[in-house]
Ligand binder design. Structure first.
Ligand code: ADP
Ligand code: MG
Length: 261
């Protein structure tokens, strides 16, 4: 079992789950053409939860979290984020996207913009934040992810770990209430995984609601309050980390764990 690739002390007492529902998914189904990719997904996420989504490649993990901010469209069932239902109504989609930040495996920074410009673009043009304020906010979050000195460089001049921390800072500049992570460390060398996980742990300690698709099972054990296991488009099993790892219920979960631990 890979331990969490960090020696950072983790203060779980700061990670409080509230009664307030952040995301509610009911009877959700999605198809890619004729392919039924998500089947009867039911999931309630409360504010402050840190959820790790695990499962074999192709099980629908990315599709599920991409549906939550409408990067993919679901065809059946309901997705409600912070009280707003995801429908084709653009007002609702905009509202939800303003509350949900997302980090991808391949960072997706704009290569022709500086780090600072990457972080101020959406606040200035989407949020209409005054430039000076957007810059102050960007520098605040670049300091938080510990790379303020890189502000005037371009993404290609940074390491993968630094780029991913910029991507997280860029999301935070939009002041999201929920963060979605899709394998944020999978493209990184081991020594850079730690710095990105440290940033994610800090966010968790600040009470951020987080859904993380990750193979970092040490992170799942130490930071998550719930692990969800998906296979073939379904949520097969979910539990608190200790139970999930020590006492898996379904054969599919047992098989998966035997392959990765
Ligand atoms: P995971 O993230 O768990 O690896 P994905 O959500 O990426 O799984 O994919 C689930 C399934 O849907 C896979 O079989 C994949 O090939 C298929 N798939 C993903 N994206 C598309 C798409 N845009 N069009 C058609 N099929 C897709
Ligand atoms: Mg994926």
């Amino acid at each position: 079992m890979s331990d969490l690739a960090t020696d950072r002390k983790i203060d779980r007492s700061k990670m409080q789950v509230s009664d307030e529902v952040a995301i509610e998914i009911n009877g959700m189904n999605k198809w890619y053409g004729a392919f039924h990719v998500l089947r009867d997904i039911n999931l309630t996420v409360n504010q402050g939860e840190r959820i790790v989504i695990a499962g074999p490649s192709g099980s629908g993990k990315s599709t599920l979290i991409r549906c939550i901010n409408r990067l993919e469209e679901h065809q059946q069932g309901r997705i409600v984020v912070d009280g707003t239902e995801l429908t084709s109504d653009l007002k609702n989609i905009d509202k939800i996207r303003s509350e949900v930040g997302m980090c991808f495996q391949h960072f997706n920074l704009f290569p022709h913009l500086t780090i600072l410009e990457n972080c101020t673009l959406a606040p200035i043009w989407v949020r209409k934040t005054p430039r000076k304020e957007a810059i102050e906010t960007a520098m605040h979050f670049l300091e938080k992810v510990k790379i303020p000195e890189q502000a005037d460089k371009y993404p290609g001049q940074l390491s993968g770990g630094q780029q991913q921390r910029v991507a997280i800072a860029r999301s935070l500049c939009m002041k999201p209430r929920i963060m979605l992570f899709d394998e944020p460390t999978s493209a990184l060398d081991p020594e850079m995984i730690k710095e990105v996980l440290d940033t994610m742990i800090e966010l968790a300690e600040e009470g951020m609601t987080m859904l993380c698709v990750t193979h970092e099972m040490g992170f799942a054990r130490q930071v998550a309050n719930r692990v969800i296991f998906m296979d073939q488009g379904q949520i097969v099993e979910q539990n608190e980390p200790e139970e999930f790892f020590n006492n898996p219920q379904s054969e599919r979960t047992k098989l998966f764990l035997s392959q990765i631990l």
